[in-house]
Ligand binder design. Sequence first.
Ligand code: DON
Length: 589
Amino acid sequence: MGASCIAPFKGSIAATVRPDKLTINQAVATVHPLASQSAMRVLKAGGNAVDAAISAALVLGVVDGHNSGIGGGCLVLIRQANGEILAIDGRETASRHATQNMYLRNGEPVPDLSQSGPSACATPGQIAAMHQMSLKAGRLPWKSLFADSIRIAEEGHAASRSVGRSIAAETTELSKYRASREIYFRSDTQPIREGDILVQRDLSNTLRQIADQGPEWFYQGQFAKACSEYIQSIGGILDIEDFEHYNALLREPLKSSYRGHQIIGFPPPSSGGMHIAQMLTMLERFPIADWITNAPEKYYHVLIEVMKRAFADRAHWLGDSDFVDIPKSLLDSDYLAERMSDFNLIEASKSIQHGIPPGQPIGQRTDQSTGQNTGDSVDKRLQPEDPADKKHTTHLTTADLEGNWVAMTCTINTSWGSKVTVPGTGVMLNNQMDDFAIAPGTPNAFGLVGAQANAVGPGKRPLSSMSPTIVLDAMGEPILTVGAAGGPKIINATLQVILRVLDGKQDIASAIAAPRIHQQWRPEKTWFENFAGTDASSAIPASLIEVLESYGHRFESSTGLAISQGIQRQRDRLSATHDPRTQGLSVAE
Ligand code: DON
């Protein structure tokens, strides 16, 4: 089966552009050529940007399965042609049997349990979210969107470099689970390598069942049964009712403004929308346009300072808004001005803690995220792996001639998620439970700490950094969409692309290619991109880092901070960009 299997559309798609169209072309960007080609095929077959995004996401789950798939979740922003914005929350939920202390043994947190194996899995949300996308804003029949992913899984495809590398990196953990071994190993001892043909017949069959029978097959039928029985047989707690109770949710998109533009972000359980809005508001009073070009030391300095403050707030205040009250006043402009009142143009601030937004009781401020008082030094337990090593998750984006735009971030969390494949289904399950704060001050796989707001709870969604973002101009028309993969680096990468486009007046390709920094409050250091060996000219120069060190910042170099995809509209033309840090494909035609 191929593109021709996409059911012909019988509606009215204009062959030529009508004068009332916003753009004269359509655009797609993903991290894998097969996914981008699938999206373009769907657009050409009469589908809209929503159909194209669903098809691409399904293909990514087959060809880029260490990053995302139907065993995981997603957050989706859709700007519909009529101007309406949809925020569809397909974040995984903790089992109804989950408890706050489920990852403690003898009172001590055991991060291995939330990071790998059956206890790490939360109820997947991607299928439910894609079904909502299709129902609310898609055009083509649900079934037709599965054609490419079914075919590629069945026929096989050459494993990409990142799939080969990520299997090699996770061989030990993957080999613990029979079905994972059967798929990702050529023989008992030889894992699949780059270029090997990866055939996934079970996954193909699973996709066909969901295409034919709808999401019920996944949530109320055979998949839910097979998955929960298997997970329980190897020590996990997900059960069939967790699947039956799962719902993708329609959220209120988070709207803020920046220099005359409207910024549409994803609300909690994402922290991304909230903190991008916070940081943009903190930055608005600084001459960022001038600094990006003429004073990069000032630009990076102020970025580091707003990142510290936003991530300190994240660690304290953010969690699933259906379970905890997240103060709206975190976005209050006076509060954010106050957060930056101690900003010094040539000195790094010390001992940043979360703020107290208006309306919150002012007591003795305790840094709950580390269990330490504010004056204490950094918690000695905080020795996470370098976040630069973590590159999973995927962001894809599509826009069509009608004016529908999609920003969709999908994830099974870290590479190959829990490493657990459900036998007979080909579905790799997420390890999204690790995005909870398993104990106050205990860093997760990304070194993030959290407080009670993001504690584990039954049915609760773990806090995410995924930041699908759409920017509208003063007329309310879309001009930019961007998002990223990379755990907490997502938030800062998305911010930096927005600043380079809106303030720096760079095109989307330059903005995404430009070197980035990352600071997440804990640990107390900043990563900067150093492409030495591949493209030294695009690295942040050592001389600049020295100036910033003289202000008191501490640095560590990284060969890549986040993977970002975006689409930009300039007048009536769209351009799409995939991140040059990976082997993707972006098309605008
Ligand atoms: O939702 C989150 O924030 C994480 N589960 C995303 C994981 C991710 O981006 C992995 N990439 N490095």
